[in-house]
Design a protein around this ligand. Structure first.
Ligand code: ADP
Ligand code: MG
Length: 588
């Protein structure tokens, strides 16, 4: 058994046996920890993994609690109907709020969540049919398998069962194609878009799932307490949920449980102890939480969960390469010589700088076109314009006969163009294999529900198999499970190529792929690119190593100051006085 399995078994046994030995007070505490952990779990997904900070989760807890409280008391509905209504309402509100706020970058998103967190709180307090600040009482108990859940003890197993199911579903979700897309949001959104990920959609998914977890917690809370008022759904509580996620381990699923446990127990204890110490009553615990938060952010960014794991050193699991799976269907490549890419009079302006000035380019199937030029000539800018990462200001880009200059990067990727980045864009903590699997994103179709249920394992196996195959092809087979960030930079560039190949493109854009490679590695790369060309792929290549370029390219385009300086066969280019002037500052 691995370390994690043992820890899990101990946890489950303790949870199962707990009610047999614990006093009522401790059961209540554990119930609250379970309820809070559900909300914190949503934040792990949203904030820890997705990088989207929300202070407003308490409001979603309130939606779940109030929806069922109102329907069951005012209309005599069953609590289960209350649950469905709460989930539907929360999903609708989350989709709406998400559509409005998730576009906002930087600190605007957290501010936005504070705004709606406060709004919903005051809505609960001021709407008459929700009981105003007095709240709603007389909420019926839940009935499960013909049994009324009247006490905290009755509720205990339900709460912890729901929590464990959510933990499992979240882990499944993160370990999937949809999960990789969500994991790419923090620090890799631009790359993910270029690999075909619809990042706005991934954000909405993470946001809505987190809101639904909160709603579920609120529904359980309402029927456990049998009474709701606005207080537990305030911004204060929203901040506390965020504390829990951060303290536990903001990017670790089990961290949510740990954080909820620590904060809840600590709060209990501090509330008993601190007023005695200071000789007056007050919310002193919040001061301690503030200090704790600062300490954690300084000393344990990842939260306490990874520290806890370090106390139980486990054997490093030796993982076999992904099992053989049926290969994914491949794109039929256009016949050699077919024009794939046609750039016409494309310009890109950055304020006063014309980084691309009426550029013209054609790349055909089965050829390697090298784009060369001094630093700052505008080559990477051209790549961004072609791939939709940073669209051209004017002019046209046609791919496979279709105008694409106004399409988002993911749509261009879908049509069969894939690229690497000059400044490597890998997710450093993610394994090499999973990084490459992001490249195959568009070759899978199962959604996040399949992912949470792990009913997409067949497709996932095929995606991972594809990724592994590309890594083998690129001579990186021994690094499948290494964190991508642990590889030397030259190899990271090759991982980028494998990722681009996993998309099964017909046109490959490589921005300085050989930089940082040793001589033999460069030769291996050149061999690979020749093989790809011979299979019919078109390749547009930016490279500084002239030996590499001249031995490989079929044609060369030279850029200087954003303009095309020359175009021709490698031999011609090497003898072109204009080019020698640009590169060497004059003909010898
Ligand atoms: P190359 O790849 O040929 O070395 P780049 O395309 O990276 O050149 O850059 C071309 C010019 O455009 C440079 O002067 C660079 O400073 C400028 N540039 C590139 N990206 C941006 C940007 N996002 N904003 C402003 N200027 C930029
Ligand atoms: Mg560049």
């Amino acid at each position: 058994m691995t370390r994690n399995r043992i820890l899990l078994a101990v946890l489950l046994a303790a949870l199962a046996l707990g009610p047999l030995v614990l006093a009522e007070f401790h059961i209540t505490l554990l119930n609250y920890i379970g309820l809070y952990a559900m909300v914190a779990l949503g934040l792990v997904l949203l904030t820890g993994v997705g990088g989207l900070t929300s202070f407003g989760q308490a409001a979603f807890v309130g939606l779940g609690a109030y929806a069922s409280a109102y329907l069951t008391t005012a209309h005599g509905a069953s609590p289960w109907l209350g649950l469905l209504a709460g989930l539907a309402l929360t999903a609708a509100v989350a989709l709406l709020l998400g559509a409005i706020t998730l576009r906002m970058g930087g600190h605007y998103l957290p501010l936005g969540t504070i705004a709606w967190g406060i709004s919903l709180y005051f809505l609960f307090g001021n709407v008459e049919f929700l009981g105003g600040h007095t709240g709603i009482s007389g909420i019926p108990a839940l009935t499960l398998f013909g049994q009324e859940l009247k006490s905290g003890r009755d509720f205990y197993y339900l709460i912890w069962f729901v929590l464990l199911v959510l933990v499992l579903a979240t882990r499944n979700l993160l370990d999937s194609r949809e999960g990789r897309a969500i994991r790419a949001l923090k620090g890799g959104a631009l790359m993910a878009e270029a690999m075909g990920v619809n990042t706005p959609r991934s954000k909405i998914v993470a946001f809505t799932v987190a809101a639904l977890y909160a709603c579920l917690s609120g529904w359980l809370y309402a029927h456990l307490q049998r009474f709701v008022n606005p207080t537990p759904f305030s911004l204060n509580m929203g901040i506390e949920y965020l504390f829990m996620a951060v303290v536990g381990g903001v990017a670790h699923v089990w961290g949510a449980l740990l954080g909820a446990g620590i904060i809840t127990v600590l709060k209990q204890w501090l509330q008993d102890w601190l007023p005695g110490l200071f000789g007056q009553s007050g919310n002193f615990e919040m001061i301690v939480f503030g200090l704790l938060m600062i300490f954690i952010l300084h000393r344990a960014r990842e939260g306490l969960w990874p520290l806890l794991l370090r106390l139980f050193p486990g054997s490093v699991a030796h993982r076999p390469p992904p099992a053989a799976a049926e290969p994914l269907p491949r794109r039929t490549l256009p016949p050699a010589g077919t024009p794939l890419l046609e750039v016409r009079e494309a310009s890109k302006r950055f304020g006063g700088l014309l980084a691309n000035d009426r550029m013209n380019l054609t790349v055909k199937a089965g050829e390697i076109l090298a784009l060369i030029g001094p630093n700052g000539a505008g080559k990477s800018t051209m790549f961004n314009g072609i791939s939709g990462v940073d669209p051209v200001t004017s002019g046209s880009v046609s791919f496979l006969g279709e105008r694409v200059e106004t399409l988002p990067a993911r749509e261009i990727a879908r049509r069969g163009m894939s690229r690497t980045f000059q400044h490597v864009r890998l997710l450093p903590a993610m394994s090499v294999l999973e990084n490459v699997a992001i490249g195959a994103h568009l070759r899978g179709a199962r959604n996040f529900v399949h992912a949470a249920l792990h009913s997409e394992r067949g497709e996932e196996a095929r995606l991972l198999h594809e990724a592994a195959g590309q890594l083998v092809r690129c001579d990186l087979a021994e690094h499948l499970y290494d964190p991508a960030g642990s590889l030397p930079l030259g190899k990271q560039r090759i991982v980028e190529i494998a990722r681009a190949l996993a998309a099964d493109p017909c046109l490959l854009l490589l921005d300085e792929p050989a930089a940082g490679l040793r001589y033999l590695e460069k030769q291996a790369l050149a061999d690979l690119l020749r093989r790809l060309r011979d299979e019919g792929m078109g390749i547009l290549l930016v490279e500084h190593d002239m030996d590499f370029v001249m031995g490989l390219a079929d044609r060369v385009v030279v850029m200087e100051f954003g303009k095309k300086l020359a175009e021709g066969l490698p031999d011609e280019i090497q003898r072109n006085p204009l080019v020698l002037e640009a590169y060497l500052g004059g003909v010898e």
